[in-house]
Design a protein around this ligand. Sequence first.
Ligand code: ATP
Length: 356
Amino acid sequence: MKTYRIACIPGDGIGREVVPAGREVLAALAAAQTRFRFEFENFDWGGDYYRAHGVMMPADGLDALRGKDAILFGSAGDPEIPDHITLWGLRLKICQGFDQYANVRPTRVLPGIDSPLARCGPGDLDWVIVRENSEGEYSGVGGRAHQGHPIEVATDVSIMTRAGVLRILRFAFRLAQSRPRKHLTVITKSNAQRHAMVMWDEIALEVSREFPDVTWDKELVDAATARMVNRPASLDTIVATNLHADILSDLAAALAGSLGIAPTANLDPERRYPSMFEPIHGSAFDIMGRGLANPIGTFWSCVMLLEHLGETAAAAALMGAIEAVTANRALHTRDLGGSAMTADVTQAVCGLLSGK
Ligand code: ATP
């Protein structure tokens, strides 16, 4: 029997509720078959670790993760610690350290979930957003000088390299090719940002020639927001920069019913390092510790984890259980207008997987 070694990093806030729920669901899935088993290791990195040690994760933390088959991540954020420390000290350290350059965010209106879009029926909203995850606006290049003085200056430099743009566009075209619609929308802002974004457009045209069976179009990021709301069915696979896709995928999650449902994968497509799977929501301090968190975003992230491991049958079984649970409004958590608790949803999914 195959053993997959999974690192669990719950992090902060509701991450500590949804990651254990995800682990429970993966364990139930493993117990229901004989092909594979999981060996979980938990890492208590995050805000409390920072209070105790002055860092979000140990200096040799990446070495502890290197040999894992995948990472299940919760969220990083703490009301007492500045956001740039929690983000750069943990999540981005792993994403960048393991060159997880493709951030993949599927969005779909699941059975039983209402989209805030009035005319959005089943199948009208079925997108995968590919976010460049290693450079661009979040490259971390910049600085501050003369802090507190009237002449204070600060820069965040957006870095776009040909190699970086080429690899993410190739990944996006390949992903679009694998989906039934075979359609890709390349989102930029090349009217106002006339250097790097124009390079994106040029490289997109070059890469498109390698994928003659994929149809594609271009959209400016501002127009893309309106298109997502007004013509959701016109979109399928979407690729955008680190910042643009960050914003668009939160909009996508809201249009699909709730931030609590949306999953994401931080992939190293070349598989040199472990990839990381996480719900797209943050720490949600307003509801933490009360059992109210919707674990569906984490469960769907586990589906992506299983797909990445090549366990397609198990991934399909888990997605089926998730859809059966969302279809039952009695199992909706508060963010979906229901009163079910994290544990109710988790038990229901585990029950379906183990046939109880
Ligand atoms: P971050 O800066 O870490 O992304 P944030 O505060 O901007 O965090 P979230 O923590 O994702 O964003 O929370 C935004 C809102 O959505 C909050 O009101 C939160 O309660 C709600 N929310 C987020 N995730 C969930 C979830 N899994 N279940 C229920 N509600 C959620």
